[in-house]
Design a protein around this ligand. Structure first.
Ligand code: B12
Ligand code: SF4
Length: 445
């Protein structure tokens, strides 16, 4: 039997920031050895619909749903069954089932094996539901499917899943609830050692969910002499010993959700805790004093934002000499509490923006209170452009403890900024899935 894994693209432009799609290393590790596997990553290569295969397995996020459905339609027209999994089908299985033969709800471990057995027997079920949150012991990732593909030399590794917070716009809490699971530290360290790569991205939603476990991991990373980046909540900056270990173990940069400079917005999104230990400037200083570069993310469009918020936010990010930053229009995704609130308030512009051919990447999808939807779209794009001008890159580069601490740091800073600049400018305004019409094939049952 032949199974083809597909990672759909956002639109029809190739991507310069594609990393290995970790889920397929997990699925490959769970698949019996007699099954022949291949991977098509549409961010890097076109999908040949006549590719000989017995089953297509797509990973689907909300931004890639439209494209995933188009790809599924093509394969199903050729008689190839399609299974979908990931965030989007988990939140909207009935929508996905209009385009797929089967949908996996939740984590794959313990369920994918059944999907393969059923596909081999020609008896795919419509819905496979993960009944529990599977323990993460003994995961055997098989990265051989990534061989020969031109991914960023920043290799994703996952220590744990879930986050202890519940920001109202975020999909993580909706997907995992308040459950936090971590892999045995020794298994993660062994995986990193075996990778033999210099740059690792710890993709955990928040590496700071369990302090003793984070500390144990950082200690174990010290002898490996790698460079790593992670996502972390800002409260971590106030734990001096952990911060020291983080720096000592090779942490180059941290992605931090600042989200807003306005306390009322933070309260509304259930992220007021961002300021619990002090202001942003103090936290930033502590991280940067340890040489850790910051990728700050902001979301604009909450009720207390106005047209003035864009300039204030982007100036803050430039003054703080962030290595990278993003300024996203607040976007309600299915499953998140924000989506239900905006829907109840009658503020959504589209019924389903992710499928609507009028929606373009980067656009507002709801009516904000303090500005118009068009002002939100334009304001975020301008903020992204302003942060990524050459003048801004030059100004931010001049940070002796972080961005230009060494030739190595400066090289990474410049490469990251040039890739980010290119991606931000080229993604804005793209029609998700490109200009291909979408027709439901089946009635969901
Ligand atoms: C690393 C990362 C990125 C990287 C890219 C990663 C890459 N491989 O190239 C970068 C930084 C570029 C990125 C960009 C974006 N990202 Co991102 N990203 C992540 C992050 C942190 C980790 C991804 C990962 O490796 N996870 C580990 C794997 C193992 O988990 P998984 O994919 O969920 O798979 C598990 C299950 O979902 C399931 N499963 C998934 N697919 C399938 C398929 C089948 C067949 C089966 C059986 C099971 C299955 O099984 C797996 C394990 O059991 C996730 C958060 C997260 N926890 O996943 C956000 C996340 C996926 N990103 C998100 C978003 C919104 C984006 C952006 C759109 C942001 C923006 N506004 O531009 C962009 C564009 C994404 C795009 N589609 O092009 C959202 C998606 C929300 C949603 N509802 O779809 C997430 C969930 C973050 C969040 N907090 O909400 N991202
Ligand atoms: S801290 Fe980050 S990962 Fe956790 S719920 Fe908030 S936005 Fe999501």
């Amino acid at each position: 039997m032949k199974i083809t894994f597909i990672r759909p693209n956002l639109s029809n432009k190739r991507s310069a920031d594609a990393m290995e799609p970790l889920v397929f290393a997990i699925l490959a590790g769970l698949t019996p050895p007699d099954v022949e596997l291949s991977l098509l990553d549409e961010r890097l290569e076109p999908v040949p619909y006549d590719h000989p295969t017995d089953l297509v397995a797509l990973t689907v996020e909300t931004y890639t749903a439209r494209r995933a459905y188009q790809i599924a339609t093509q394969f199903r027209r050729r008689g190839v069954p399609v299974v979908m999994g990931g965030y989007h089908p988990t939140f909207l299985p009935r929508e996905a089932l209009q385009y797929a033969d089967a949908v996996v709800i939740g984590d794959a471990e313990g369920v994918w094996e059944q999907v393969v057995r059923d596909a081999q027997a020609g008896k795919l079920q419509r819905i496979y539901r993960q009944q529990k949150l599977p323990a993460l012991e003994g995961l055997r990732l098989d990265r051989s499917i990534f061989q020969g593909k031109r991914y960023l030399p920043l290799v994703p590794v996952q220590y744990g899943r879930g986050c202890r917070y519940a920001c109202d716009f975020c999909s993580i809490h909706a997907f995992y609830g308040s459950n936090l699971r971590q892999r045995p530290m020794a298994e993660v360290v062994a995986e990193i050692e075996a990778l033999n790569q210099k740059y690792i991205f710890l993709v955990d939603d928040n590496i700071f969910v369990d302090i003793p476990k984070a500390e144990a991991l950082f200690r174990a990373l010290i002898p490996l002499k790698i460079h790593w980046v992670c996502q972390v909540s800002i409260d971590m900056a106030h734990n001096a010993s952990l911060l020291g270990l983080m720096a000592k173990s090779g942490c180059l940069a941290a992605v931090i959700g600042f989200e807003s400079l306005n306390e009322d917005n933070l309260r509304q999104m259930k992220k007021k805790w961002n300021l619990r230990h002090g202001d942003y400037a103090t936290a930033i200083q502590k991280l940067q004093d340890h040489g850790i570069m910051i990728y700050g993310t902001f979301v604009l469009g909450y009720d207390h934002d106005t047209v003035d918020s864009f300039a204030v936010t982007v100036e803050f990010a430039i003054r703080a000499k962030f290595c990278l930053a993003n300024f996203n229009p607040l976007t309600p995704t299915p499953g998140a509490r924000l989506y239900d609130r905006l829907q109840t308030e009658g503020r959504l512009i589209y019924d389903r923006w992710w499928l609507d051919p009028r929606y373009r990447y980067g656009q507002a999808t709801f009516h904000p209170r303090g500005m118009t939807a068009d002002e939100l779209t334009t304001g975020c794009f301008q903020a992204r452009r302003q942060f990524n001008t050459y003048a801004s890159i030059f100004k931010r580069a001049l940070a002796p403890i972080t961005n230009c601490h060494s030739v190595h740091h400066l090289g990474i800073f410049l490469a990251a900024n040039l890739i980010s600049r290119k991606e931000i400018l080229s993604k804005q305004g793209l029609l998700l899935g490109g200009d291909v019409p979408l027709q439901p094939l089946l009635e969901a049952t």
